[in-house]
Design a protein around this ligand. Structure first.
Ligand code: NOJ
Length: 564
């Protein structure tokens, strides 16, 4: 396997709106991030991925961009951005920007032009179609509820938007669109950007003819993912982007790719024939939730550890031959991983450390979402008025209009909402968790009083220092980065255990995913010639204890290093 700095790195995601406010307007900003660079350096991460900071009317919190080459007013100025990148590079940190080019904002000048007339030179920058029998051109549902088409009176046609109606999809079939995107990427790269996280990048090629989606649920509009995800020209477009832009720089690239299989993942990330370094797959994010066919909202469902093992293991093994994984349990679009896969009550600290071990010990590049490193949890706001996410609010409104009891809708939303991850970063126990001196744009999680960075930095046994240790270990042991993954105990519903092997070195990673004690027995095929070394654990372990068999306490995690 080829070595690469982005395989050896740990990425930290900042959702700027909720990270740190420097000017008291209640919205996080670039100067706020600059204030916290020493904190990030202390944690030990290598790369920061910044969710979008470009000009935007914020219909979808910056994922609707009206000018790719300028900074959102609430976040600051280009000069602030330059100060941020300089501050990061001075500390040896790299900066990944979000590249949102499946769609723009409807306020982008390209779209403003495009909607004016059918013969406008920008018309074909977007996907316009006449109606069909007085209805939308096809039956696709938008990811965020309602039709994926919006009628526009000026030219009596509809435009496609797979997200909100204020996020029109760009027409990648048009070479001028692609060239404009590549030019913009060069502009940022020349300003010192170290890579891109590419928003829903596998949606850029749509199946020609835009066929109707099969009827799989209730309602007028149906999920058309098979016609707009992983489309026929996707790899051609990505390889063109690689030739035109990516291959000219030493950067890190990660594609956000819903609805992908491991085959797609390998194809996109293959070091010779692919185009991106890694992708975010979503199979494990879909494990404990399903789409409610009536309301189109995501609702929680029980999940099984064996299913998680099956998914993660398949990604580990199928990408082994030349691809690379990204490793994550949450981000700004997901509830907190700790609340989903761990225990955010009694065993909050233990389970946060266990889950961190899980993420960091598989093969791939680990991603930490802001607040994971202090064990931030989901929030259950008591009223719909407290929620901010456009997806959730659209879904809520639609469900209530359909006659579903508002209290019931609220209860459906609480565990699955994206706002769980968007509450302000908890810095200290002062008002609004030290995030802002003003009124925050979204309420803080009330548990900030005891869960905050000040507390974490003062406690040598905190989740923060556990992450710091995991990151340091990655720099010390190449088996953590490059070792081959193999699952042990595939059928166990409580213990998740696997090995990583590189030459004569082996890691044994042993994780208890439940609040009960379990007995771990080392399988016979795992051998060692010297005394196993415990690299990290979230409990005190008696050094004299044998690795052959022991009790694994609630949410206990251990990583042993063996040599043969
Ligand atoms: C994925 C982004 O992560 C999410 O926040 C956004 O709403 C959609 N793509 C649309 O850009």
């Amino acid at each position: 396997m080829n070595k690469a700095w982005w395989k050896e790195s740990v990425v930290y995601q900042i959702y700027p709106r909720s990270f740190k406010d420097s000017n008291g307007d209640g919205i996080g900003d670039l100067r706020g991030i600059i204030e916290k660079l020493d904190y990030l350096q202390e944690l030990g991460i290598d790369v920061v991925w910044l969710s979008p900071v470009y000009k935007s009317p914020n219909d979808d919190n910056g994922y609707d961009i009206s000018n790719y080459q300028d900074i959102m007013d609430e976040f600051g100025t280009l000069a602030d951005w330059e100060a941020l990148v300089a501050g990061m590079h001075k500390r040896g940190l790299k900066l990944v920007m979000d590249l949102v080019v499946n769609h723009t904002s409807d306020e982008h000048s390209w779209f403003q032009q495009s909607r004016q007339a059918k013969d406008n030179p920008y018309r074909d920058f977007y996907i316009w179609r006449p109606g069909k029998d007085g209805q939308e051109p096809n039956n696709w549902v938008s990811f965020f509820s309602g039709s994926a088409w919006q009628y526009d009176e000026t030219t009596d046609e509809y435009f496609l938007h797979v997200f909100t109606k204020r996020q029109p999809d760009l027409n990648w079939e048009n070479p001028k669109v692609r060239q404009a995107v590549y030019d913009m990427m060069h502009w940022w790269l020349q300003k010192g950007v170290d890579g891109f996280r590419m928003d829903v990048i596998n949606l850029i090629s749509k199946v020609p003819g835009l066929p109707d989606a099969p009827i799989t649920g209730e309602g007028k509009y149906q999920f058309g993912g098979q016609f707009f995800a992983n489309g026929p020209r996707l790899m051609e477009f990505l390889r063109e982007m690689k030739d035109e832009v990516l291959s000219h720089y030493d950067i890190i690239t990660v594609g956000e790719t819903p609805l992908v299989t491991t085959q797609h993942g390998l194809e996109m990330t293959h070091e010779e024939t692919g185009a991106l370094n890694m992708v975010f797959q979503f199979e494990h994010m879909d494990l404990d939730r399903e789409r409610d066919s009536v309301t189109n909202l995501l609702v929680a469902k029980p999940w099984h550890l064996t299913a998680l093992k099956e998914i993660m293991g398949r990604w580990q093994k199928d990408l082994e031959t030349g691809g690379w994984n990204s490793l994550y349990l949450d981000n700004h679009d997901q509830p907190r991983g700790l609340s989903r896969f761990g225990d955010d009550g009694r065993y909050r600290v233990e389970s946060a450390k266990m889950l961190a071990t899980f993420v960091h010990m598989q093969q791939g590049t680990p991603y930490i979402y802001q607040g994971d490193e202090i064990g931030m949890t989901n929030v259950a706001f008591p009223s719909i008025e407290d929620y901010r996410d456009v997806w959730l609010l659209n879904g809520y409104q639609q469900a209530v209009e359909q006659g579903v009891d508002p209290e019931k809708v609220l209860a459906m939303i609480q565990p699955t909402s994206r706002d769980n991850a968007r509450t302000p970063m908890q810095w200290d126990a002062t008002a609004h968790a030290g995030f802002t001196s003003g009124e925050p744009w979204i309420k803080v999680n009330p548990n900030y009083v005891h869960i905050n960075t000040q507390q974490a930095l003062a406690d040598p046994d905190s989740i923060f220092y556990y992450y710091q240790k995991l990151i340091r270990l990655r720099k010390q042991h190449s088996v953590i980065v490059y070792g081959t993954y193999d699952l042990i105990l595939p059928d166990d519903e409580q213990i998740y255990a696997f090995t990583r092997t590189l030459g004569n070195e082996q890691l044994v990673v042993i994780l208890n995913f439940k609040a009960e004690t379990a007995v771990f027995r080392l399988p016979d095929h795992i051998t060692y010639t010297t005394q196993p070394e415990l690299l990290i654990s979230n409990y005190e372990v008696d050094p004299a204890q044998s690795i052959e068999q022991f009790d694994l306490r609630p949410f206990e995690a251990r990583v042993y290093h063996l040599t043969n």
